[in-house]
Design a protein around this ligand. Structure first.
Ligand code: GH3
Ligand code: MG
Ligand code: MG
Ligand code: MG
Length: 506
């Protein structure tokens, strides 16, 4: 309904009443095109097939009451003005029809030109107001889910969609991949060309990513110059390929800005919910974030996949060329074959790196600890499932097999002429903090720091990964288990640092 009149549907079974209303409408300044129907069924049919600006509904109709029809009209079009025609002196009915969703009512006996004019004016006003409210609501809804700069889904909305996609993937047993993308050296764009130019780059990149994403993917601006892409039904290999495609596309596309065209690159970290230790949607994002960190460290403009070692291009750090480098490569390949429960060395090394700063493990010491973690992962591959996965108390023989791992690694390290400190770290990695059961003199702070850190990281990764006989422990439970053993099995300061690191990531 606009100021030039409009189309009116009159639902009225009394031909005289219908004619009066039609005549009055015809005499108004604005031309109203009227159509009369006699029943509810006819009214609904006409409402569905045409476009209307206002509906007048009689109270008593052959096939239903007006107040039964009104809610059905509301369902069809909540914004369509409906006025009820009532008999004389029936105020109770008037209240009932307003409750049913009518916008106004007219007493047939009072019907005259000026009253009709006034009613239509107030209906028009309400239409305008409702449209304004709807537009404001729409804008609010958009603000709540969209990022203002790029138009992509915002961080908060992404978190909601992530929960939905994660639950869906679990329900249907299909893999869900998460890619974290971060522009390389973006600060340089701001510093050199100014913040507005940086904004242009972010907008262009968002458009580029949107063009490349599938309909089912969820693409969001995660924050600053970080984006996240959720890919349903995508496994680790698919995630890697998608990440590589994005890297290539960004590197190959000059980004046009007001200062000229700029060449940007992105780094990508990918993870899937299929890898061990991913219990919650937040774990998935965290793994992708950690992989992104690796992608940055390995030189940017590339993809790293959580739980999958980097292979020949970047072997686990700390190995020199030689026998150990070969073994590390073999173990990385083997772990790749067992992504579900493998990746233990890699995961442990990442946890080591996470908690190291808080306990003052830096430089060479940190590198030794990370290498120790990788070697433990490698030794796990050679440990029979029977020993790794038993629920029972280990037999003496099995216990020996388990303890042999670090000892074998130590022998390898010495044989390969690697760092003596690495050999020592390996020797003490299974030594309890209180020294119980150890024949060596080293106790507490006498045990190398690298060994104490790896011991905690190793236990944490084992607890938070599922095993055939038990699900993974939640982070809170795993922390509680380790805390209960702090001071006896584990260095309390390292357990404390782990707690802080875990908290910082959640
Ligand atoms: P790296 O390759 O390690 O990721 O380096 P970088 O420079 O991209 O990363 P860093 O995290 O140091 O810098 C990110 C910069 O992004 C810092 C911040 O000022 C800028 N930034 C964050 N949000 C916006 C934004 O909305 N617009 C613009 N123009 N800059 C932003
Ligand atoms: Mg009637
Ligand atoms: Mg960043
Ligand atoms: Mg960046």
């Amino acid at each position: 309904m606009n100021d030039r009149g409009g189309r009116v549907l009159i639902v009225e079974d009394d031909p005289d009443d219908a004619r009066i209303l039609q005549r009055l409408l015809g005499r108004l300044d604005r031309p109203y095109h009227c159509e009369v129907v006699q029943t509810c069924a006819q009214a609904l049919a006409r409402l569905q097939s045409g476009s209307w600006d206002v509906v007048f509904v009689d109270h008593r109709l052959p096939d239903c009451h007006g107040e039964e029809l009104i809610p059905q009209i509301r369902d069809l079009d909540p914004g369509l003005p409906v006025a009820m025609l009532t008999g004389q002196g029936d105020e109770t009915l008037a209240v009932a029809v307003m409750k049913a969703g009518a916008w106004d009512y007219l007493r047939k006996g009072d019907l005259n030109g000026p009253l009709l004019e006034q009613t239509l004016r107030s209906l028009r006003q309400r239409v305008r107001l409702e449209a304004e409210v709807r537009a404001a609501q729409h804008e609010l809804e958009e603000l709540a889910v969209r990022d203002g700069l790029t138009g992509l889904c915002n961080h908060r909305h992404f978190q909601a969609l992530l929960q939905v996609e994660f639950a869906r993937a679990r329900r249907y047993g299909s893999p869900l991949a998460c890619l974290m993308l971060d522009l390389d050296h973006f600060k340089g764009v701001n510093d050199t060309w100014g913040h507005p130019c940086g904004d242009e780059v972010l907008r262009s990149l968002a458009a580029l990513l949107r063009d490349g994403a599938r309909e089912v993917d969820v693409l969001a601006r995660y924050g600053g110059e970080e984006f996240v892409l959720l890919m349903p039904n995508t496994d680790a290999e698919g995630a890697r390929r998608a990440g590589e495609r994005i890297c290539r596309a960004v590197a190959a596309t000059p980004i046009e800005t007001s200062v000229g065209s700029l060449q940007m690159t992105v780094s990508v970290g990918a993870a899937t919910d299929e890898m061990g230790g991913v219990l919650t949607a937040a774990d998935l994002v965290q793994r992708a974030d950690e992989a992104l960190y690796r992608a940055k460290r390995s030189g940017r403009n590339g993809v790293r996949v959580a739980g999958i070692s980097d292979g020949p291009a970047s072997q686990p750090e700390g190995f020199r060329q030689g026998p150990l480098a070969c073994l590390a490569l073999v173990s990385a390949r083997l772990e790749r074959l067992h992504v579900g429960q493998g990746g233990h060395g890699e995961a442990t090394a990442e946890v080591v790196a996470g908690i190291a700063p808080a306990v003052g493990l830096t430089g060479t010491g940190l590198q030794i600890a990370r290498t120790t973690a990788h070697l433990l992962g490698l030794m796990r591959l050679a440990t029979p499932d029977r020993v790794l996965h038993t629920e029972d108390v280990l037999s003496a023989d099995d216990r020996q097999i388990l303890d042999e791992g670090p000892a074998l690694a130590e022998t390898l390290v010495r044989g390969a002429g690697e760092d003596e400190a690495l050999a020592v770290a390996l020797r003490f990695v299974r030594t309890r903090y209180d020294g119980v059961g150890s024949t060596a003199a080293q106790v507490g702070a006498g045990i190398p720091l690298a060994s104490r850190v790896v011991a905690v990281a190793d236990a944490w990764c084992a607890l938070t990964s599922p095993r055939p006989w038990r699900p993974a422990f939640s982070r809170a439970d795993a922390l509680a288990i380790l805390s209960a053993q702090a001071g006896r099995v584990f260095d309390p300061a390292v357990v404390e640092a782990l707690g802080q690191w875990v908290e910082g990531k959640s």
